[in-house]
Design a binder for this molecule. Structure first.
Ligand code: NCD
Length: 337
């Protein structure tokens, strides 16, 4: 007699939040800086230094032909470039999915992510919608009984996050200031739509004694819920409206572009785009001699090119660090390093 057996396929229930890193990166998703703690950051930065010191053939052996999908539905040079080149330099295969532009509420988004899961070992996603990375993560979690394909958030909308940018920003701050605690910084311009600042503040809030001066026009202040959430973590946030209010001995400045594409009213963008422009005079007047000037890029009119040769301007070094920090992250998340 033939026995019928009912086979139960285990269906993992998606967690409401992605797992904390807790010193173990392999197979984890990187959606938010909230997943990090101090030891996990230190581990990542230690691997970053190690990768930086590998020779070419050692580097090429790291990813062992792992394939990384770059699902970028929004423009990008630096982030796309460093993930793509970082994958190739570590001996992985970058798969270019820059044409894929799908509404996350559309069934096609689920199909796209599922297809990329079949084709690759990791998906890096950038998308104009704020819940995009989380949605991709939920899709990947629902299929995790078949294959683990981690999701890395490379920027989700204006209210979301950009954790890998914050990781390279924090690495750059340590490189120049030797620490991530008891720092005074100024973060300026588009704090409403800028996602890099939301991730950076989360990262700096993991360390004690940090004070951030938030300089922006009234219209571009940090959203109230973020201001309250971050302040509740113990980091000191002070909103200011004039450069005169930045302490002269600030350790770093973090300038940002006004996020033109996220404005409904382009006249409003035109009205605000000229705020807090840095030229040599501005820098000499308001920054200290040891203040470093950072910017996530792309830079528009907000920092005059006359500053580029000033030793305090470190945005190019910061961008270069992105390559190594992202290489370290790829190696760790894919469990290869
Ligand atoms: C940032 C982004 O995409 O949020 N760019 C980047 O990744 N370096 C900042 C920006 O676009 O202004």
């Amino acid at each position: 007699m033939v026995q019928t057996m009912s086979i139960e396929v285990p269906q993992p229930t998606p967690n409401p939040e992605p797992e904390k890193i807790n010193g173990k990166f392999a197979g984890k998703d990187i959606l938010s800086m909230d997943q990090f703690d101090q030891p996990s950051l230190e581990q990542l930065f230690e691997v970053t230094d190690r990768i930086n010191n590998l020779n070419r053939s050692q580097r090429l052996a790291v990813l062992q032909r792992s394939a990384v999908t770059l699902y970028f539905s929004e423009g990008s040079w630096r982030t796309y470039g460093s993930f793509s080149s970082g994958t190739a330099r570590l001996g992985g295969i970058p798969l270019d999915a820059r044409q894929a532009s799908v509404d996350i509420d559309d069934i096609e988004f689920v199909r796209d992510v599922s297809t990329f899961m079949d084709q690759s070992d990791l998906i890096v996603i950038r998308h104009p919608q704020t819940e995009s990375a989380k949605k991709a993560w939920e899709i990947s979690m629902s299929q995790r009984n078949k294959k683990v394909v981690p999701i890395i958030n490379a920027g989700d909308g204006g209210n979301g996050e950009h954790p890998t940018q914050a990781l390279l920003d924090l690495y750059t701050i340590i490189q120049h200031k030797g620490r991530l605690d008891h720092l005074t910084g100024a973060i300026a311009r588009d704090l409403l739509f800028g996602r890099t600042v939301k991730s950076l503040i989360r990262g700096l809030a993991l360390y004690p004694g940090n004070t951030l001066y938030l300089l922006s026009p009234e219209e571009l202040r940090l959203p109230r819920k973020d201001f309250e959430d971050f302040s509740g973590r113990g980091i000191k946030l002070i909103e200011i409206s004039q450069a005169e209010e930045i302490p002269k001995d600030a350790d770093f400045w973090y300038w940002t572009r006004i996020q033109r594409e996220r404005f409904r009213d382009q006249d409003e963008y035109e009205r605000l785009k000229g705020c807090f422009i840095i030229d040599q005079k501005f820098l000499d007047r308001f920054a200290g001699k040891n203040t470093v000037l950072m910017h996530p890029g792309p830079r528009n009119e907000e920092i005059s090119t006359e500053i580029d040769s000033d030793a305090r301007m470190i945005m190019f070094q910061q961008a270069k660090n992105g390559l190594y920090v992202r290489m370290a992250l790829l190696g760790l998340v894919l469990g290869k390093i």
